[in-house]
Write a new protein. Structure first.
Lengths: 348, 348
């Protein structure tokens, strides 16, 4: 660090979150960052092309039309919705609002590795609750002391869907503390917990357009929570956090949600078929409710490298307790055929 | 605030930044938020339309191509450039990295009212250095003790351009502390201070595509600074802070910079002509180097309201020492004719 800059000490002690590789190239089968292989609804592109004529003017600072569309979609009030530059921004705002120096964020392990990075950025720390067999919540997670607890549901990289009863118990036993359910992948699952918002004021739900809606490149996420929380977070979001194109594109995606449902159904079908094939090849594959599978094998690290040599990119997490698995994003049937053919050679 | 949420106390003590009104409507002459009345380069729209086909894939997390274009444009290294979701994000990251509980941001008054909001969001405070006659730097500003000092140059809402010698003196006397020169409006002025980056490691320059490049609706800003600083800020920016469309659009805007220069020249010409007219009408108009004018009159508040009634929106700041002025964005010649005709009636 340069001695000429008066930077705060927490910066030297932290590393950035490392996203999956963004390799380009027509020959690469990219199954490493849980992108949707299908395009968004054509209405999205139409809106973007039209709105591009107004880029010299500032956007609506609170994304009002989009929030109105999302409120109607979920059956909540406009004032319960906050839109952000990807759910990354939403998660950052939540941690900014709750975690200060020395305070702890609670999360399970394994889970989404961004959360501890955000806690560090606000001089906080992270309490990890190890999942049993990678999938089951331990008993001590429910009454934990942290002012904020974040649980993805489904939970990457394995894809477990926790039950509504478990979420209810978390909210109840963590009364007065915040319970954030990160529903980034929930459209690929059979149930969400939006209906619990009425009962639990400490519940916050985060969502993204990056996965099911095929808009990872656009950066739109949102939260559903109490009106009080949304009002407070509005103070610390960047004043114009959402550009014009994102606002109209996301609203168009919601208005044409059948297009998302069709792609979602194709991915879910392909996921379940691929899981069966992987099991046949000798992998252990915990049930996944996301657009990805976590395939467990003693030689997973080697399989990752051999796939990479063949131009097939999956995600390997070189950390406990994930060293025996590879996370495979569900792509098109063609991509999955290429993956399975390669794995047959590798494993066989 | 809800007792069911464990929010940090600073939130209750702060208010959000209040941006200028974003009224829509074909009949409104909108001269209140310093937008550019001309469209961006056609190349920007072409790139957006083409890139919209790839929205299902994540963007480059560090905006590498755009940063490369900006580095070449300014004659600095790629590693000296950080791109953000508007210069709002860039300014927030700087304050996040430097200002902690009880620490102070330094700024002149009047200036851009976002800075103190950002300081509060990180539990810091703001030391104000009142400008002499709204335009001259006071002597005590140079050696001030704050770890970060932010000076827009030109400085809104008046439009003063401080001299290179003054910036040099700030950097020299504030050695080891950060001096941020916010050059949001610098393309409308005759000189910038990019060349000083070689000499002063504590100097940071922020820029935006919102004003001269006609892209307020897109949210792209950046900073030029030391490679050490950029590396540290990369840790706390949102991992995918820039969407695909913004990255390609801003790069296209830089590649076709002549289009910006042409619009800039039209605005500067219109600004100087409008200033003369306003003086003729009895206003005092300090020399402006931005795309706006600050027109001073004892009855400014009344003029603001009367203009509003006529569908002409300018900006009035109901705070000292700005209560005797209105800030007028420079629009098209037609818009300025409408403004001047209305003011003739109002003043006359």
């Amino acid at each position: 660090m340069s001695p000429s800059l008066p930077l705060r000490p927490f910066l030297a002690k932290m590393d950035a979150y490392k996203p999956g590789e963004q390799l380009d190239g027509p020959r690469i089968v990219k199954l490493n960052t849980n992108e949707n292989p299908y395009p968004p609804s054509p209405a999205v592109l139409t809106e973007i092309r039209s709105e591009a004529e107004r880029l010299h003017l500032y956007p609506n600072p609170t994304s009002e039309s989009l929030r109105r569309a999302l409120a109607a979609y979920h059956g909540v009030e406009l004032e319960q919705v906050l839109v952000g530059n990807g759910s990354d921004e939403i998660l950052r705002l939540l941690i900014h609002a709750v975690v200060g120096p020395g305070q702890a964020l609670g999360m399970v392990n394994p889970s989404y590795s961004l959360y501890p990075v955000l806690a560090k950025a606000f001089e906080g720390r992270t309490n990890y609750y190890p999942l049993i067999d990678l999938v089951r919540l331990p008993e001590d997670v429910f009454g934990g002391p942290e002012p904020i607890f974040i649980l993805p549901n489904p939970n990457p990289p394995v894809g477990t869907l926790f039950t509504k009863a478990e979420i209810v118990r978390l909210c109840r036993e963590r009364k007065g503390r915040m319970v954030v359910i990160d529903e980034a992948y929930v459209d690929f699952a059979q149930r969400d917990v939006v209906s619990l918002l009425v009962e639990f004021k400490n519940l916050v739900i985060t969502r993204t357009f990056s996965k099911s809606f095929s808009l990872a490149g656009l950066r739109v996420g949102y939260l559903l929570g109490s009106t009080d929380l949304v009002a407070e977070l509005m103070k610390i979001k960047d004043s114009y956090n959402m550009d014009r194109l994102s606002q109209v594109a996301a609203a168009a995606a919601v208005a044409s949600v059948e297009s998302m449902y069709r792609n979602r159904d194709r991915i879910v079908e392909e996921r379940d078929r691929t899981a069966e094939e992987l099991i046949r090849l000798g992998y252990r594959v915990p049930e996944s409710h996301g657009n990805f599978l976590f395939a467990i094998h003693p030689r997973a690290a080697e399989h990752y490298s051999l796939l990479r040599q063949r131009g097939i990119l999956v995600r390997y997490f070189d950390q406990e307790p994930l060293r025996e698995g590879i996370r495979i994003t569900i792509g098109t049937p063609e991509q999955m055929r290429a993956l399975l053919a390669a794995l047959k050679e590798i494993v066989g």
